[in-house]
Write a protein that binds this ligand. Structure first.
Ligand code: 6GU
Length: 254
């Protein structure tokens, strides 16, 4: 299997849509022993469109291709007693060193349950970068020297344990790609996302106006934009208070 599975799009593709010229502004290299796990998340919906527009380049690297072992091994027993295998340093170093010889990277992110919690402010900050490496761990962990010498940042997507970093890397990638200008059809949608203003979203409705006696709030049909916007704001505020009290406290402080 090829060392590098490049999903779609030539690098630096320029794509003209109306007056907007898009160019590839972010590159994400994902190191994994399960490249196939990314097929759904990166080949559908907004991420797929962003790749096809040339807004982002995503490269999957099968860690086994960087093993020097004839059985393509990437894990070994831990020194001292302990349950589970440990991801070896050499294949990871080989892969990262090769990538770094080709371009500079802003961060080498190890996807790990004990990393910093992924929140919208963290996503926003990371979205300012151009070249990112995401390393997906497996087994009981990775050799600590990888974290000491190669990794610059560790990210977790929540306080629960996944079987590996792949799903987390797919989540992080999706959250980043939707912030790239041009990735969303309505440029304002990312700004009105939940959490972007420190609040959850207000409720939304569509037709029919009446269903089984369940009706749409009259105010949304009033046609008065100022009143509607104030209602949406109050709804978002109230929901934030109930669902994310810690976020609500932050709002009150600011
Ligand atoms: Cl990044 N990896 C794993 N294995 N589990 C997780 C996680 C990451 N984030 C939350 N749980």
């Amino acid at each position: 299997m090829a060392a590098k599975i490049h999903i779609f799009s030539e690098k630096n593709t320029n794509f003209a849509a109306g007056k907007i010229i898009y160019s590839s502004i972010m590159r994400i290299d994902i190191i994994t022993i399960f490249p196939e796990m990314f097929n759904g998340p990166l080949t559908e919906s907004i991420v797929k469109r962003a790749i096809n527009k040339g807004l982002v380049d995503i490269h999957l690297h099968n860690l086994r291709d960087y093993s020097t072992d004839k059985h393509r091994r990437v894990d070994d027993y831990p020194f001292s007693a302990g349950a589970g295998m440990v991801m070896m340093i050499e294949p990871v170093d080989n892969c990262i060193t090769k990538l770094k010889s080709e371009r500079d990277y802003d961060e080498v992110i190890y996807m790990s349950p004990d990393g910093i919690l992924l929140t919208q402010p963290v996503v926003n900050q990371l979205s300012m970068n151009q070249n990112l490496i995401m390393l997906c761990g497996h087994y009981k962990g990775i050799d600590e020297r990888i974290r000491e010498h190669l990794v610059t940042m560790e990210v977790s997507i929540g306080n629960y344990v996944l079987s590996g970093g792949e799903l987390a890397a797919a989540v992080l990638t999706d959250s980043l790609v939707r912030l790239i200008p041009g990735a969303l059809t309505d440029e304002t949608s990312a700004l009105s996302d939940s959490f972007q203003d420190g609040m959850v979203s207000p409720p939304v409705y569509t037709r029919p106006r009446e269903y089984k006696g369940w009706s749409v709030p009259d105010i949304l049909l009033s046609g008065n934009d100022a009143v509607i916007n104030e209602w949406k704001y109050q709804q978002a505020l109230e929901r934030t208070k109930i669902r994310r009290p810690e976020m609500y406290e932050m709002l009150k402080k600011n």
